[in-house]
Design a binder for this molecule. Structure first.
Ligand code: ADP
Ligand code: MG
Length: 687
């Protein structure tokens, strides 16, 4: 049988896989041998060099060997669901480790008081010392591979079942090193990667002498091969999707001759009360070009905080309104929506009506069909009395879920889509996340801005800091003080708890409070008071993160800074330094864990949003940063879009060559894989 036929076999050819198991697997998208080959270990068990319980010093995946004591089975009956708990202890080397097994009552038969056991699994620091949760129970004298892969629960099959299944698959493809690779050899050579068979062998059947830490970090050639393979396939699928979109036609057609188009472009600029920066000019031109194309635009406008994205958005809206179509502009908070609404009303006065659509402003909309700009929050999505849009603009797009974004653009009208984000991400990653998207970048803001100095302050020196800030207030400065929560959480992070402290420290200067639980009227009053200068300091939650634009405020105090992500810290800092006066940001923090320390040091170390985004990505992955789809949903198992950016770039580089070969009918195995991915992605990346 050729490799291709082997990979195409249904899973029932595997021993022990009947219709029931096959059904479950199919439910998880695993139907053929090739699909199962995409499953990768979530970790590794290492039974070499087991430690005595007394020698355990750090948390982590470990093998512990010792004497089993006091095994006992407990059956708490909780709300109809019966869960068993098995407790025991291993001792030796002058110490002990507590062990717990959930839902594995059958293990009790194998646990003999006083017997020697080998446990492999995660060791954690518990309340009473180190403990292991659900470790694998192994025979210390038994034979077996030194390092065993541990599989994630997949398609409703547990780790043990998956392990047997993966064994069976790999056996079926024996000898693995001979397995044909869907990727061409020249490419693997260029990227210094082993062929698929060798990679599978290394990842699923580690050798006696393997470096298990590298395997766990997915940092071995075999892992790289799997990561690269996934990303290449995904890239090819994305490009196919892009191709397909370009064959669509948007309903709205420009229908203008060249000359009038040019004229209109020029006088668009007159709507802005200032002249555009050169990156704004470039971005606007790119967008206007898109608008004139027959297929719908999907463009991401990236620009650091205060780089001037709104201006570009409003001029784009104006262009489409002039073409006779309505426009939606969606923002993540009411505050921001209101601010956009106010700006838009000023800019577009006399040209088109601008409506505000938030949960609070749910009034009926006029029924005439003159083109309008609808500015709102996600309330826009839920209105069914809105006209169809020629353009949808989504500000701070990563704050919306994919489904929310999609809701606004789905349907027959195929509006142009402009996404905006203050979180700059590398192009390769943007492509990988959004699939098909063009990118415009505002790489610097309008002139006359001042840099922001950032300092980290340990919590115990807060008094000194507050005193210093009092002096600033005396000199006429205005201050934002930002807290992670209104009332919940620990003392330091609570806005309402801190209020008294601030009032005491900063009297007689007038302060105000701003958070999401206040009424709209109260919020408006606080913002207006602060903007007019009457209110000298504003104690707020992260509602101020986006959209507040008060030039005279120059100081940002962030409490419990360790509880914020980098992107968020940077956005907060972006509230100051908006005018000619230099800005200052003080990040107050409690005791820091390693990750938080690195985050805050990076934050204080650079004001460059691109740099911070890169670090954030490395630390946290792209998930919450970008409102990304879950990788799992689109079938990324080995690759991680945050960690594997290097491979992402390579995959993007190599894709054109592969595309050409696929178009020429070569590489049939790769073609099949790409087709499978396309099916999955197609549903995900409609937006
Ligand atoms: P962001 O990119 O963070 O959304 P905004 O669009 O809110 O930035 O712009 C930040 C501030 O800069 C606003 O006060 C806006 O009026 C001002 N601004 C934007 N573009 C220019 C420009 N070309 N010249 C002068 N000021 C500008
Ligand atoms: Mg903005």
């Amino acid at each position: 049988m050729s490799g291709l036929d082997l990979e195409d076999e249904p899973l029932e050819v595997l021993p022990g896989v009947g219709p029931k198991t096959a059904g479950k697997l199919a439910g998880g998208g695993l139907e053929r041998i090739a699909d199962l080959l995409t499953v990768v270990p979530a970790g590794y068990r290492d039974r070499r060099r087991p430690l005595a319980p007394g020698a355990v010093e750090i948390e982590g995946p470990l093998a512990v060997r010792g004497t089993l004591e006091a095994p006992r089975l407990i059956h708490p009956r909780g709300r109809g669901r019966r869960r068993s708990l098995l407790l025991a202890r291993v001792t030796g080397g002058g110490g002990s480790v507590d062990v717990r097994w959930h839902n594995q009552p059958y293990l009790m038969q194998r646990l003999e008081e006083g017997s020697e056991v080998l446990l492999c699994g995660d060791v954690r620091q518990g309340r009473g010392g180190f403990e292991m949760l659900n470790p694998a129970l192994e025979d210390p004298e038994g034979e077996g591979p030194a390092v065993t892969p541990v599989y994630p629960r997949t398609a409703d099959l547990g780790p043990a079942r998956m392990a047997t299944l993966m064994e069976a698959v790999l056996d079926r493809l024996k000898p693995l090193p001979k397995l044909p690779d869907p990727l061409p050899e020249n490419l693997l050579k260029r990227r210094e990667l082993p062929a698929l068979g060798a990679a599978l062998e290394e990842v699923h059947r580690p050798s006696e002498s393997c470096e298990v830490e590298l395997l766990r970090r997915r940092g071995t050639p075999g892992w790289y091969r799997l990561v690269y393979g996934e990303l290449v396939e995904r890239q090819l699928a994305l490009e196919e999707l892009r191709q397909r979109r370009r064959e669509l036609e948007k309903r709205r057609s420009p229908g203008l001759d060249e000359a009038s188009r040019r004229d209109r472009r020029l006088d668009l600029r007159n709507l802005a009360p200032f002249s555009l920066t050169s990156p704004q000019e470039t971005a606007l031109e790119e967008i206007l070009d898109d608008l004139e194309r027959p297929f719908p635009m999907v463009r991401l406008l990236q620009g650091d905080v205060a780089s001037g994205k709104t201006a570009v958005a409003l001029l784009t809206a104006a262009a489409v309104l002039r073409q006779g179509c309505s426009v939606a502009l969606m923002a993540p908070t009411e505050l921001l929506a209101e601010q956009h609404h106010a700006t838009a009303q000023r800019w577009l006065a006399g040209m088109a009506e601008v409506m505000l659509v938030t949960a609070a402003e749910a009034g009926a909309l006029p029924t005439s069909d003159a083109p309008r700009l609808f500015v709102g929050t996600h309330a826009l999505i839920h209105r069914d009395d809105l006209p169809s849009f020629g353009l949808v603009i989504i500000d701070e797009q990563h704050r919306f879920g994919v489904d929310q974004r999609r809701r606004l653009v789905e349907g027959e009208d195929r509006p142009d889509l402009l996404l905006m984000s203050a979180t700059p991400i590398p192009r390769s990653l943007a492509l990988a996340l959004h699939g098909d998207v063009e990118i415009s970048v505002l790489d610097h803001g309008p002139p006359g801005r001042s840099p922001v100095t950032t300092e980290l302050w340990p919590r115990r020196q807060r008094r000194t800091l507050l005193r210093r800030l009092k002096a600033r207030l005396d000199e006429g400065a205005q201050i934002y003080a930002v807290f992670p929560t209104i009332e919940g959480g620990r003392g330091e992070s609570r806005l309402m708890t801190a209020l008294e402290r601030l009032e005491k420290a900063w009297t007689p200067h007038a302060g105000a409070v701003l958070h999401g639980r206040l009424s709209r009227e109260e919020q408006r009053r606080a913002v207006q008071g602060f903007a007019s200068g009457e209110v000298r300091w504003l104690a707020a939650t992260t509602v101020v993160e986006v959209g507040l634009d008060v030039e005279s405020a120059t100081v940002m105090l962030i409490e419990a800074a360790e509880s914020f992500g980098l992107a968020q810290l940077h956005q907060l800092r972006g509230r100051v330094g908006r005018g000619a006066e230099p800005g200052f940001c003080y990040a107050v923090h409690g005791p820091l864990q390693e990750n938080a320390r690195r985050r805050l040091e990076a934050f204080a170390g650079t004001g460059d949003g691109f740099e911070l985004a890169r670090l954030d990505l490395e630390q946290r992955g792209p998930g919450d940063l970008l409102g990304a789809r879950q990788a799992g949903r689109e079938g990324l198992r080995a690759a991680d879009l945050g960690r594997d950016q290097r491979w992402l770039e390579r995959a993007a580089e190599d894709a054109p060559e592969l595309r050409a070969r696929l178009a020429a009918g070569e590489l049939p195995a790769l073609a099949r894989r790409v087709a499978a991915r396309l099916e999955r992605l197609g549903a995900e990346i409609a937006a």
